[in-house]
Write a protein that binds this ligand. Structure first.
Ligand SMILES: [Zn+2]
Ligand SMILES: [Zn+2]
Length: 353
């Protein structure tokens, strides 16, 4: 009897030891042999399972540097499980800010209330802007899936001039997005730059990507530079993508606005719900040492942190990708200001092809 108990205990200990090792391999902090720098593995438990379509698995993927590596396969619904989506466009110029989202003008993020819509012409210095009915105060906005699709078409022309464009969650139900993020981030020889514009989307993706002029080839990587990174910057813990900058100039030049909600996201029919600003609404992981909270992972597996630390200060030593290094977090990024229509400026690590 005693012997059996002992055997069982040994087995249990062995099993515990084994799973501890396994966990260590996937979750731990290690030190890079080449650089001596601390490298922190992606922690799949950080992702909110309620926002995922299936459990996260590990698959082997070809990487941007020609190697293969274990990557987490993350299949996300694109619907945040920890916060509401919307609202985007208020209904009437008498509405307060709770009825609208936010919009970035010249690097500044504005709360959208009725007053904002009313004063848009003044703010933008162009009195062609008239997004509401002067008699009733009703704000002109897209009201159906077709209208959201049409208002986003770059060739739609005058018909949707002076529209507040919003696409609702009900237009994009049943979507899923698959992302591959390396379990162990690895520095690339040189940082990857992002292409300018919104290359992920087609003409009807809800926004107007910047297009090269006739006869011009799309901008490739400058000679001698590393090749360019994918358009997605990374993903939040709720599986919502940190997208390329919204083509704000093109949107404004058509006398439309396509507001983000208070979480910094909006919807297009092609990509579903996606973020253009980190406003601190999605899940964040606080740090013990006053450092900015963690808000997600970049496509290269390096973690992404908020813009400012607990005292409201920005990091002053960021590299060309908006990243830097410390002994606790290893290499990591800090997102740009919420009104900048930008997250990070490049990928410092290799990413899955
Ligand atoms: Zn967008
Ligand atoms: Zn930092």
């Amino acid at each position: 009897m005693k012997k059996t108990t002992f055997k069982l205990l040994t087995l249990t200990l062995l099993l515990a030891g084994f799973s501890a090792c396994k966990d260590k391999a996937k979750n731990s902090t290690s030190t890079s042999e080449e650089s001596g720098e601390v490298v922190v593995n992606v922690k799949k438990e950080n992702f909110l399972t309620a926002s995922l379509v299936e459990p996260i698995t590990i698959v082997s993927k070809e990487m941007s540097d020609g190697t293969t590596a274990d990557c987490y396969k993350i299949v996300a619904s694109g619907t945040p499980s920890e916060h509401e989506m919307g609202p985007w466009c208020p209904d009437n110029i008498s509405d307060d800010a709770s009825k609208g989202g936010v919009w970035a003008v010249d690097g500044e993020l504005y709360d959208i209330d009725g007053e904002f819509i009313k004063n848009l012409g003044n703010l933008l210095g162009d009195d062609t802007w008239m997004l509401y009915d002067k008699e009733t105060g009703e704000i002109t906005k897209t009201k159906t899936k077709d209208e959201c699709n049409d208002a986003a078409n770059p060739n739609v022309g005058e018909e949707y001039k002076n529209y507040c464009v919003e696409c609702l969650p009900s237009y994009v139900t049943g979507m899923s997005h698959t992302y591959y993020i390396p379990v162990t981030p690895k520095k690339a020889e040189k940082a990857y730059k992002f292409l300018k514009g919104h290359p992920g989307g087609g003409p009807n993706d809800g926004e107007r990507p910047e297009r090269p002029k006739d006869g011009e080839r799309p901008a490739g990587p400058p000679p001698g530079e590393n090749s360019t990174a994918p358009s997605n910057r990374g993903i939040a813990f709720n599986g919502v993508v940190f997208n390329a900058p919204a083509p704000v100039d093109a949107i404004l030049s058509a006398y439309t606005i396509a507001p983000f909600d208070d979480a910094g996201g909006h919807i297009n029919l092609h990509e579903g719900y996606h973020y253009h600003a980190a406003t601190g609404v999605s899940k964040k992981i606080a740090q013990d040492d006053n450092h900015a909270p963690m808000i997600g992972y970049a496509m290269d597996g390096y973690p992404i942190y908020a813009n400012t630390d607990a005292d409201g200060n920005e990091a002053t030593d960021l590299d060309e990708s908006r990243g830097h290094y410390d002994e606790i977090r290893g290499y990591h990024y800090h997102v740009d200001k919420a009104g900048s229509n930008n997250f990070i400026d490049g990928l410092r690590g290799v990413y899955a092809l």
